[in-house]
Every structure is written in C-alpha cells, then in structure tokens.
Design a protein around this ligand. Sequence first.
Ligand code: AMP
Length: 423
Amino acid sequence: MRILVVGGGGREHALCWALRRENPDADLYCAPGNPGTAALATNLPIAADDLDRIADAADMYGIALTIVGPEVPLARGLADRLRAEGKPVFGPSAAAARIESSKAFSKDVMRAAGVPTAASGTFTDLAQALAFVDRQAEPLVVKASGLAAGKGAVVCETRKEAARVARGMLEGSALGDAGREVVIEAFLEGEELSVLGITDGRDVVLLPASQDHKRLGEGDTGPNTGGMGAYAPVSIATPALLERVSRDVLGPTLEEMERRGARFAGVLYAGLMIGPDGAPSVVEFNCRLGDPETQVVLPLTDGGLTDCFERVATGRPPSPLAMPPARFAVTTVLASRGYPDAPEKGAAITIPDMPAGVIVFHAGTRLDEAGVLRAGGGRVLNVTGVAATFDEARARSGAGAAAIEFDGKIFRNDIGWREAARR
Ligand code: AMP
C-alpha cells in the first residue's frame, strides 16, 4: 500500500508514526515532512499547499491513499482536486472545510442546526461592529473569520479593548484577508475539551477526548498559541457527556452540512467549552486533526486507523478503532524563545535516548548541511509520554521535555494541571 501524508508538523509526524506501526511494509510518503518523518517515510520536498505538485506526486508514486493534515490545503481544495482525479483522499472538500475556514459560516451552520454556542454577531462593517460591541457584556471575544494559524481569536476583558481589536482586524492591518470579516461573541466560562470524530458525513467514530493548553504560560496565562501541550483521555469526558456531544453537536452539524450540499467527510474537530453546569458549547470547529491533540490521541489507539481513513476516503462509513483500556498520554510542546510572536531560529538541538513510553515528535525542526538538527522556529518538538496511569504519562512527558537541550527552549511544566488537580 502506498500512502501519502500531507503536512510537515508534529501532527503529521504522529500520523506517520501511527501509519508505520500499522503498516510496517507500506510505502509511506510525507510532503513536505520533517526530520522526524524522514525516519518513517520518504519525505517529498513539496509544500503542503502546493496543490498541483501534490497531485502530480500522487500520480507519480501511485498513491492509494492521501491523508491531509493541515487546514490550508483542505480550504484550498486539495481533497476536491484529488477526488476529481479518482484518487482516494482522507479530508473534507473545500466547501465542507469552510466549517473551519470561515467562522462566519460555521456560526451560521450552528445557528441553523440548533447547536449550542456563544451568542455572536458577524460583521464586515466597522461601524456596525462597534455598535454591537457597545451593547455586549464584558468580557467578549473578537475573532477573525478567516484562517489565521491560531492567532485569530482575542479574548477582550473590556468593550474598549474589543473595539480596538475589531478595528485592527476590519481595517485590514491586523490579520490581512482573514480579518476582513469578524465574529464577535460572548465569553464562555468553563473548561475546554477537544472532541474529534472521524466521519463520512453521517456515521462518526470518536477518538478519545483530549485537552489542549492554548496559553503560552503556566497556569494558563499569557497570549494564545497554537497549543503548548495536551493530554488524553480527559476524565470530565464521561460516556454521558460524549453521548450528549454526539447527539447535540456532531449529529446536527453533519446533517446541516449535508443539507447545504457540503457533506463533511474527514475529521470533524469540535472545540468545546464545558460550562460550570456541565453543558457543552462549541467554541470552534476544525476540519482536521488537532495539533498537538493528535500527538496524544493516536498513541492511545492500537490499530484500525489506516482502515478507518481508507474507508472514509472511498466513501464508506468509518470503522471502529482498537483502543486498549487504561492507557494515558501527555504531550509537552518545546517551543523557541520569542514564540508565538517572534520565535528565535537556528539553535542546535540535542535529543538524548529516551526510555520506553516516551515518543519525540518533530514539529519545527530542520537538518542543516552538516547534518545538525536545528530549531526551525515556533513549536519545535513534542514529547509524548504514554503510560498505564495519567501521573506516569505526565511524568514521562515532563522528564523527556527537560532532557532535550537547545538554546532558547521554552515549555510548560504544568501540562495536564486540571486533570492532576482532579485526582
Ligand atoms: P478559536 O480560534 O475560536 O478556537 O479560539 C481560540 C481560543 O480562544 C479557544 O481555544 C479558547 O481558549 C479561546 N476562546 C475562543 N472563543 C471563546 C469564547 N467564546 N469564550 C471563551 N474563550 C474563547
């Protein structure tokens, strides 16, 4: 079997790791991949959003299954392109990917489907946005509607700040085209939870629920980032809660997408806020696996992913995954000093041998001409600890993160603190 993974971050390294484990003899390719995926797959020097060259590569290498990691190529129509050429691809069409690439669209789908989410308004006109802000309670959240690589949502303590952020986005300077339309919504109290479902647009196979840590600093302080660490499973995600999420969130959303002629096949990622009363509300939908959630969720599976992806890619319902009981995973992100605004680049990285139960996933690394592994900026590595208890998984992740060395390494030592506090 010839499989192509599109993307080059920690998520795609984790995908290659899981696919290789299930398919020791497969020809595995990754475009563009990274030094981590190079140990598991053949890296192809093609940018993930270079649709023409990805389609050519799928031809040239006789790829039987393409799995698309990031949102940008999906939003640009990579899955449509491959499907039109008769090539099986796991990932939604551009029309379905709008559930992530347009927050305005996503809010509209939720409203029509009766899915619980924060009250909001959508604006392209600054005067109307400012008038709306004036009528809202504080705090509130201002979001660029378009794709902004995790930088598009700003939690604002005051109306004054919200007005300033909305102005920055709508006047075009802050986030370019992504911010020419904004969603302004009520702040939701509670605890965040990521629920990822593999779906053909009707049936859903849930992956274990996970929790990301968006803020840069320990104790959830500082600016939002792409995510500083994650763990899975999460004890608040009881079977009853997941049942409720399937019934009240995923099911109605998929039905509404199909009704709009944009049936969603791929991973539907519901970013939820679980309120103090235990009720889930949707903070955002993503159209793909999360990063760093993938780096904890895939190590919890024991097989069945390739089949499941392949079935959905060929228009069939997803099949169940093998999920051993009593396995926990925690991942710690190592980033470069200056992240997320201006990360330093180029530091040489030393990764010592890791004990069993620790997996190092590469995110932003590169090999220089001399073969030295260097930080490429931003999120550099993920250290995933896997164990039979949460505490042990957490200890393994933390110890691995501490043992890796590079100048300017930053990481949070408190990943999973909410779960630890519950124990
Ligand atoms: P988004 O890009 O919509 O996922 O937002 C990024 C992050 O901002 C979320 O993961 C939350 O931490 C935070 N956030 C977004 N919307 C809200 C909201 N309505 N209430 C509270 N926090 C939010």
